[in-house]
Design a protein around this ligand. Structure first.
Ligand code: CA
Ligand code: CA
Length: 218
């Protein structure tokens, strides 16, 4: 089988060393393209999630009893990050959304999500949205959405440390999933000063860029 001209041209590198030809070269090129495509398709990684435009989905994985009666301690596991909050919500809720074009992170409500999803948001699925934290006050900038196996009707969820990527970053937040009372803490393990949101806080005030642990249903 004749080697394509493009490959003939590249059979020797600048140093005269033999270069991959034919199928092997094509395979390497395919792999390189696939790697590039994968790199382009991969959403913003947690390490850069604090950058504007990063919208990450986190699942809470129960690890045992929490610090208060009936509370569940949970590890925040990063699932994916997206360019837009709507994309992140679709991934987190596992359903396509047709949000009102006028909807914004600031106006977003439980009713918006229910109306935007075809069959409504089930609060008995494993994809219950507990809350959204924002990098900037006024529900602006990068966001982190937290999901759990149940809402706050009968459960208190606790994250003792938000993780290095989001520590001391949040400045506002919203509560969903019947988490009408949720609390932000200055330090890990629910230490330092705290702020109660019922369920939303457009400005964490003193706790701006200080939040290290979270509790939904306080
Ligand atoms: Ca911030
Ligand atoms: Ca802190």
């Amino acid at each position: 089988m004749p080697v394509p001209a493009t490959d003939m041209d590249r059979t020797r590198g600048r140093d005269g060393a033999a270069r991959p030809v034919g199928k092997e070269h094509a395979l390497r090129r395919t792999l390189a393209l696939a790697t590039l495509a994968a790199a382009l398709a991969v959403p913003v990684l947690p390490a850069t999630a604090g950058e504007p435009g990063g919208h990450c989905v986190i699942r809470l994985v129960a690890t045992g009893p929490g610090t208060t009666k009936g509370a569940v301690a949970a590890d925040p596991v990063v699932e994916s990050c997206h360019d837009t909050l709507e994309q992140a919500l679709e991934a987190g809720l596992g359903t396509p959304l047709e949000l009102d074009p006028t909807a914004s992170p600031a106006t977003l409500s439980e009713q918006d999500l229910a109306a935007a999803s075809g069959d409504g948001i089930s609060t008995t699925s494993s994809d219950v949205l507990l809350g959204i934290e924002y990098n900037e006050y006024g529900y602006y900038g990068a966001s982190v959405s937290y999901y759990a196996s149940s809402g706050c009707q009968n459960t208190t969820w606790e994250v003792a440390y938000v993780g290095n990527d989001w520590n001391d970053m949040f400045e506002s937040g919203k509560g969903f999933g019947a988490c009408d009372r949720n609390r932000k803490f200055e330090h890990s393990n629910f230490g330092g000063q705290s702020k109660l949101c019922t369920p939303n806080c457009s400005d964490y005030g003193y706790l701006r860029n200080r939040v290290s642990s979270l509790r939904w249903r306080d």
